[in-house]
Write a protein of this length. Structure first.
Length: 541
């Protein structure tokens, strides 16, 4: 490519300009890189193939290596449910559903539909883990579950590539292929484990004594690329080898220094990877099939979200299940390579391949907006669920009068309820976490599933006739909302809350005298209930 330097210079310039503009509107840099790739491919008629694509793939390699540094093998074994249970359920259920989708909508044959279906089940390691790392959510419950599923998907790429070989060749011995893959996996893991356990620590000790930063970084780069090469040599993905290498080095005392030194390489190459993703978009295909592309994009994301939420909800907190399902609803970067491979082996025509590639890219473009606003989106979904259930859940409590209304059934709320029960005063608890509601109901307590911030909920809870409201929630945002709702209620509601000293001024400076504040340094359930009983007695006299 004679004008490579010119193309590279213009691409970087476009990426910088776009990301500066996008940053003002809080649009993720990933979108800027993809847009830059699309623009440069239209100007120079590029397709995102060739040596530059192979270089860009190492962005994912370094990302997976740094993720591996955070998860030693002990840590990984502790995540066996997230990786093996959640991962296998996600791949199998989504894979079969999307296989039927490929047959019904795209009109593919059984073999092509099988590979396309399970490829659509893959999610984007590069997009999801980059954002989870950037915002710190990788250590949240949903971040761990998303990571576990993504790791299983990386492993699942191996049998997918194996299926491509089997289905595209009539002469292949299937038993031989499976046996070869199993032996290769055992050799790779044994080799990397031996190197990590007996050589890595000694090598780094020797390198550290040279007091040379350049030699240290060169050694780390050699190990990352070397592990990726070994994985690829035995027929596995580059990123899987990098992750195993990172997990092995995580057992050493050098992990934090290595992680800090590799971040610039990782971010630079990840940017290059997303530029090459943008290069694969063909606008003429998009223009001719825009409706089908939009339908498939929304359908794939909705189905993947629904399936993942469906099985996680059976044994995980609803909010964690929602966030995890949103996080992995897109199609992964490995899908781009597999669709191109299917086209090269004449298992997909050019049009279908391009449609699937564009759909995959669109899901990756949508994902940053979801992940960066995942708490707001989850709150909206929960509110919708609460609004549809609030009335029927608390209809039976309409006759309550001169009662105590408790907001929240967390740790403090549970203690408050126990104290109230000892007094024999009627009460009603409003809680938005279904798991806590079920806990309260199982204990025989008057806890209902409702959105307490809704005026309709307060009316049905007969808030006007209550003796006093007790707020036990600890979330600052919810605390402020509830206080504002009660303070602005047409009839004054005596309210008792607990809050620390720093929050009192910040959150409640505008609240009227009907609200009594008990500071957290002296708060116990007894104080809250005692205050409530005094209010009730005062109201009755």
């Amino acid at each position: 490519m004679d004008n490579f330097l010119e193309i590279f210079l213009i691409t970087v310039a476009i990426a910088i300009v776009l990301n500066v503009i996008f940053k003002k509107f809080e649009i993720p840099t990933i979108i800027g890189y993809i847009a830059a790739g699309e623009i440069i491919s239209e100007i120079y008629h590029l397709s995102g193939k060739g040596e530059i694509t192979h270089i860009a793939e190492f962005g994912i390699v370094f990302l997976m290596f740094t993720i591996g540094l955070e998860f030693s093998f002990k840590h990984l074994m502790a995540m066996k449910q997230e990786v093996f249970l959640n991962g296998s359920l996600q791949m199998l259920t989504c894979g079969f559903v999307f296989m039927l989708l490929a047959i019904g909508i795209l009109g593919l044959g059984d073999k092509s539909a099988t590979i396309v279906g399970f490829t659509l089940a893959l999610s984007s390691t590069a997009v999801v883990l980059k954002i989870l790392n950037d915002n710190g959510d990788i250590n949240e419950q949903y971040g761990r579950k998303a990571l576990g599923i993504l790791l299983f998907q990386d492993i699942a790429v191996i049998p997918l590539l194996l299926l491509v070989d089997i289905f595209s060749s009539n002469n292949q011995n299937i038993e031989k292929l499976l046996f070869t893959t199993l032996i290769s996996a055992l050799i790779l893991i044994t080799l990397l484990f031996f190197i990590g356990k007996y050589l890595v620590d000694r090598i780094f000790r020797l390198i550290i004594h040279t007091s040379s930063q350049e030699i240290f970084i060169s050694t780390v780069l050699f190990m990352v690329i070397g592990a990726s090469f070994l994985a690829n040599y035995f027929g596995f993905s580059y990123s899987l080898g990098a992750f195993i290498a990172g997990a092995l080095i995580a057992e050493t005392k050098y992990k934090h220094k290595i992680e800090a030194d590799l971040i610039p390489f990782r971010d630079l190459l990840l940017g290059l990877f997303f530029i090459t993703v943008g290069m694969q978009i063909q606008l003429d295909v998009v223009a001719q099939n825009w409706f089908l592309i939009i339908v498939l994009t929304l359908l794939v994301m909705a189905l993947k979200f629904g399936i993942v939420f469906g099985f996680l909800f059976l044994y995980t907190k609803k909010r964690v299940a929602l966030k995890t399902a949103f996080a992995i609803a897109q199609i992964g970067e490995f899908a781009l390579a597999i669709f191109s491979l299917l086209q090269a082996k004449n298992m997909l025509d050019i049009k279908t391949s391009q449609i699937l590639i564009v759909v995959s890219i669109l899901t990756m473009i949508i994902t940053p907006f979801i992940l960066n606003n995942i708490r707001k989106i989850t709150n909206v979904v929960e509110d919708i669920a609460l609004n549809t259930n609030a009335v029927q859940n608390i209809d039976s409590n309409i006759k309550l009068k001169n009662h105590l209304v408790v907001f929240g059934y967390g740790r403090l709320g549970q203690e408050v309820v126990q104290k109230i029960k000892n007094t024999g005063v009627p009460y009603l608890v409003l809680e938005s976490d279904l798991n806590l509601v079920e806990l309260g109901v199982s204990r025989g307590e008057n806890v209902v599933f409702a959105n307490a911030a809704q005026e309709e909920t307060l009316k049905i809870a007969n808030i006007e006739e209550c003796a006093v409201a007790i707020i036990t929630v600890t979330n600052e945002a919810k605390l402020e909302i509830l206080c504002q709702v009660l303070a602005n209620y047409p009839k004054p509601i005596d309210t008792i809350i607990h809050v620390n000293g720093t929050l009192k001024k910040m959150l409640f400076s505008s609240i009227d005298e009907n609200i009594r504040i008990i500071r957290s340094e002296k708060v116990i359930a007894r104080n809250l209930v005692q205050e409530a009983l005094e209010c009730r007695i005062h109201k009755n006299t």
